[in-house]
Design a binder for this molecule. Structure first.
Ligand SMILES: [Zn+2]
Length: 714
């Protein structure tokens, strides 16, 4: 329809096109900004917009105030004109507890027989009044003392969520809140920080600063949003807006953005709510969380009498309307006293400081403890016992200390020192490399031993399901076991086990049978089961492959595994190993240091040696491997096996998988439909190739059954 260049149109044709074009563009704008739905590409929008600009340039007499080009008129103002509200914009009175909300609602019921209420999120922005006449946006006025403030029409016009034209044809005054999205707030502040400008303290501040600019261009750049929530005045006598929720429906129909519990899917539709429903929403942690997840800041809820006929009956105080009030969610951050610092020891060897606080109520939860993370954190924030601190509770995170209120420190308090010994077993503590976490490495440390044993017998390693954490606890308490090696001594303690409460014949039988069955372990599984930090599946495999293939441990295969392991552990605690392990691709220095620490500890070595009296270690997988240490690249594939599955297989076996051919690549594995460029490059670098299917077969790849693949099971 807009194919003809504006040059070739006469006024009549242009007029015809103009109205449709403006209304189309306004609708696209509304869909995009208010409904968050793109129904036209940005490119197409730009084409239409430029066409409109050209049209208006040729026929300036056509320009309407509601044309999207008029959002930014590039007119810098010398001052913001004063303006008057015809009805005061009052702020809501506040309540800070759910108890207060209940009492207020009960009072409405008792004193006025009011039963219909409404609740909506309250925006933390800047209140303004918008005036529409004959369906067109006319004026925007900020709130000040409730009666008079500044005309910000030009600036507000740049905001994309503002409809310039609405279907309602009479005079309309609505109340909006100008907000800045949290994501945009962060972006702007980050930029200002970089430019060494003062940062805005909160989104409301930024909204206010952006709106009261003399240059509308600045306002436009701030990407503000406007959310409407109240009809202040309307002039059609036939039209009935007798309930507040109906006003919101009416606003939505007129393309205003009303972000409330209906649009957040808490309510299926807008309707009057009873006292119980209001209290349910006020008290719901899920709803608070939902609000926290929004890109707009909500710390408040607005609770209103829904039936507007009561608004005049209840009227206002000097500052607040009496037909509505706001509920503020309890602060997420609150000050309290740090009474003490406790130390906890975890299975991962870490010793972490925990703050013991004077109990405070944060969000209906009494907080007595908070995380202090580590001793670096304490040092950085200069936290001392006896200090007043700000503690914060956020969702799904344990409460933590935000800052120290140093002004409240009346005299010099002692510093919190990092402990030299484990608070539980009094072994010397240490840091692994440059890690901040403080550690206790003792495998028999009482604070860790239960978790260590549970980890050792868990599904991934020994897989003895009959030894639950509870059973382990009982066995530790009666001193039947002291470390994970002792698990195997239980086979000699049948009678003693039967004497324990709750250990019936059947249970004891199951435990002992499982232990007897599980005394053969693969070397890599064994390494992982020890619970050495950073030794996970892939790392363990890589170490084992390299020990056996490169360091010739292969000769010992199927011989006496005690000797082999002794050789390995001796090797690992020798000086020679360190360089060797560090030279392996995929083994990080911190892994090496962790192994070193573990095996250097005589006590740990003793437990491992004790273990080797009971456990046989085998390494069945390695001896079948056709290839030594390689860096593989794959090109092409095999039907019904994904590239990722093959990559995983390669990595699990301790080989390295690369995406691109480089000088380091040692082998190119070629499947069906290989890439020519990769084949060419391999030739260029003199890299040998190998058939993918043969590679997988020869290395015992666990092929999925083809039929299962076809059934969609793979
Ligand atoms: Zn300890």
């Amino acid at each position: 329809m807009y194919i003809k260049s504006p040059e070739k149109l006469d006024l009549e044709q242009a007029n015809e096109i103009y109205d449709k074009l403006v209304s189309d563009l306004n609708y696209y704008n509304y869909s995009y900004y208010v409904k968050s739905k793109s129904i036209i590409s940005d490119y197409e929008y730009d084409l239409l917009f430029h066409y409109l600009e050209d049209l208006e340039k040729r026929f300036p007499q056509l320009i309407k105030s509601y044309s999207p080009t008029q959002r930014l008129t590039n007119q810098i103002q010398t001052e913001l004109k004063k303006a008057k509200h015809n009805k005061p914009l009052l702020s809501l009175g506040n309540t800070y507890s759910a108890q207060d909300v209940e009492e207020k609602l009960e009072k409405y019921e008792k004193d006025y027989w009011i039963e219909n209420f409404y609740i909506e999120p309250k925006y933390d922005g800047l209140s303004i009044e918008l005036i529409y006449e004959n369906g067109y946006f006319k004026q925007a006025i900020t709130r000040w003392d409730g009666f008079e403030w500044e005309d910000v029409t030009k600036n507000v016009k740049t905001i994309n969520t503002l409809p310039l034209k609405i279907s309602y044809k009479w005079k309309l005054h609505v109340r909006w809140e100008v907000v800045v999205r949290k994501s945009i707030f962060d972006k702007i502040n980050k930029k200002r920080e970089k430019e060494k400008l003062e940062i805005y303290s909160n989104p409301r501040n930024l909204a206010s600063g952006s709106l009261r600019q003399l240059d509308p261009m600045v306002t436009k750049k701030r990407q503000l949003d406007v959310i409407c929530y109240e009809v202040l005045n309307f002039s059609d006598v036939d039209y009935s807006l007798d309930f507040h929720h109906k006003s919101l429906d009416f606003l939505e129909k007129n393309w205003f953005w009303a972000l409330d519990f209906k649009t957040l899917y808490v309510l299926k539709k807008r309707k009057s709510l009873d006292k119980e429903k209001i209290l349910e929403i006020v008290n719901s942690v899920d709803i608070k969380k939902l609000l926290d997840d929004q890109d707009v800041e909500f710390d408040w809820l607005a609770i209103k009498v829904d039936e507007e006929k009561y608004w005049n009956v209840l009227w206002n105080t000097a500052h607040h309307p009496k037909w509505a009030f706001a509920f503020k969610y309890p602060a997420k951050q609150i000050s309290t006293k740090l009474v003490d610092v406790e130390l906890s020891v975890w299975r991962t060897w870490a010793i972490t400081p925990v703050a013991i606080l004077e109990p405070v109520n944060i969000w209906w939860v009494i907080v007595k403890r908070a995380s202090l993370h580590n001793f670096d954190f304490i040092k950085q924030k200069d936290i001392r016992i006896g200090d007043y601190i700000f503690v914060q509770r956020s969702w799904e995170v344990i409460p933590y200390i935000v800052s120290v209120i140093k002004e409240k420190r009346e005299w010099e308090l002692p510093k919190i020192e990092e402990p030299k010994h484990c608070p539980v077993c009094s072994w010397e503590t240490f840091h692994l490399g440059c890690e901040v976490a403080l550690k206790c490495i003792n495998v028999t440390c009482p604070a860790q031993v239960k978790e260590k044993i549970a980890y050792f017998v868990s599904k991934n390693w020994l897989d003895i399901e009959w030894l639950s954490e509870k059973t382990i606890e009982v066995l530790l308490n009666v001193w039947f076991i002291k470390d994970y090696a002792d698990i195997f001594t239980l086979t000699n303690k049948r009678q003693q086990l039967l004497s324990l409460p709750g250990f019936k014949e059947k249970k004891v039988e199951n435990i002992l049978n499982a232990i007897k069955e599980k005394n053969i372990l693969k070397l890599d599984i064994f390494l992982q089961a020890l619970g050495i930090e950073f030794i996970w599946k892939k790392t363990a495999k890589i170490i084992v492959v390299n020990l056996i293939l490169i360091k010739n441990f292969k000769d010992f295969l199927d011989k006496n595994w005690y000797v082999i392991f002794k050789k390995i552990t001796d090797f690992l605690s020798s000086d020679e190993w360190e360089d060797f392990l560090l030279s392996i691709n995929g083994i990080w220095p911190k892994v090496v240091e962790s192994i070193k620490k573990f095996f250097h500890e005589k006590h740990n070595k003793r437990v491992v040696e004790k273990l080797l009296n009971y456990v046989k270690i085998k390494s069945a997988e390695i001896k079948k491997w056709k290839f030594s240490w390689q860096k593989f690249v794959i090109t092409g594939s095999i039907e019904w096996i994904s590239r990722q599955e093959i990559a995983n297989f390669i990595e699990e076996n301790g080989w390295e998988f690369l995406n691109q051919i480089t000088m380091e690549t040692t082998l190119l594995i070629v499947g069906d439909k290989p890439w020519n460029s990769k084949l060419k490059k391999a030739k260029e670098y003199d890299i040998s190739t190998y058939d993918l299917l043969s590679f997988l077969t020869e290395n015992n790849f666990n092929f999925p059954k083809k039929s299962m693949k076809e059934e969609g099971l793979f």
